[in-house]
Design a protein around this ligand. Sequence first.
Ligand code: HEM
Length: 423
Amino acid sequence: MSTDRQLPPTVGTTEEYGASPFEQWAEWARVDDVVRITGEEGDRYLVTHPELVEEVVFGDGPFAKTEGIQQQFGRGLVAEHGEQWRAQRGAMQPAFIPDRIESYAETIGEIVADTVDTIDDGAVLDLRELFAEFTMEVMVETLFGGSGDDEAIRTAVDRLNEWFLQQNTGGETPESVVSERDRAMKRLVGMIDEMIADRRGGDGDDFLSMLLSVGPDSDANYTDGRIREEVIAMLFAAHETTALTLTYTLYLLSGAPEVADRLHEETQSVLDGRPPGPEHLDELSYTERVIDEALRLYPPLHALARRPTAEVELDGYTIPEDGVMYLSQYVIHRDERWWDEPTAFRPERFAAVDDRPRFAFFPFGAGPRRCLGEDFARTEAKLAVAGLTQQFSFEQLTETFQLRIGGTALPDRPLELRAHGRE
Ligand code: HEM
């Protein structure tokens, strides 16, 4: 071992996260681009420079996913490593090719139209509720051929988030949080097993049928157990992230009428009174910027978590084996070094060519493990935002909120707005 081994500066403890952990992170990040946070459950290392993110995600360093992720998602793609990960990624890829996304976009457009129809002029909308339901329906219809128990999935997502919240804020996790998570997961597993049994030997072409047809006699080794874990991991990767993206986008729009008006102009000219569908996607460029700006300010997956399986060097510091690293989108996306007036909601900033480092913006992750569902999520978000702003303007009812660190970055209260029908 080298003699000049130097740990990153210690800035605080996990117990000090307090009521607004993200602000605390941003403050600690001012000390250096890698800092150390001590905690009973082990030290964590906050990494907040885009080039260091690049070094970790593309490097040959021995970086694994954290135990929390592996514990929850078992042999799912999001938790796997090495050759096994590569084989699974290859096996899942066909569900996300452009032709597939285009056919999903048809279905998503219909779900957007149905959702818009349920909203009355003057209705008060709880954004998380609205979009949890919407994204669930999209997922069930596009990836699972229209079957699945929405309630079982949503409860499991909520309980698991609660558990992640406890894990991330340090201290002991209450027994009730663990048992509720386990109960909800059991119900979810029961549902998936039924779906597997339904499809076995059939000629369906949904995501689950696709994994069954790859099967155990392949490099991906899709046994029923692995398929079950893959489906669970996928539900979590796809659902809450997209629902939160839409929640924060609409929340920001409701506080920025001039952005909402400009967006409305785009939807009027592109959609020309029709419901949004695949044929409109390329032209909805301002819509895309609005979504990017929401993802910058409120990245649903707020940090990539990595665990070195051996001691590594980063920025001249030593990170010990098993020291959990957080590559923080939240902090980097709001860093004045890369963003003017970082807290301002200004979608226009994505219009200009810029000289920011490559990973000053990485809401979908970075490197080989970048989000597999990015095109899917972008398609879904664009169609939903376009469909809603085509018909409504939004009045903000919840003015402020705090972010909580769960598995995702969650608002600490319902975010509400009033929808006003546009003439
Ligand atoms: C706006 C919504 C979404 C956001 C912000 C998001 C973000 C991310 C991020 C940051 C990662 C990398 C995690 C890491 O490196 O530790 C990731 C991975 C992944 N995402 Fe997404 N995601 C979204 C939607 C989706 C959707 C809709 C799907 C599927 C339909 C999906 C499937 C996946 C999968 C399978 C992985 C694992 C990739 C791998 O490890 O090779 N995501 N996502």
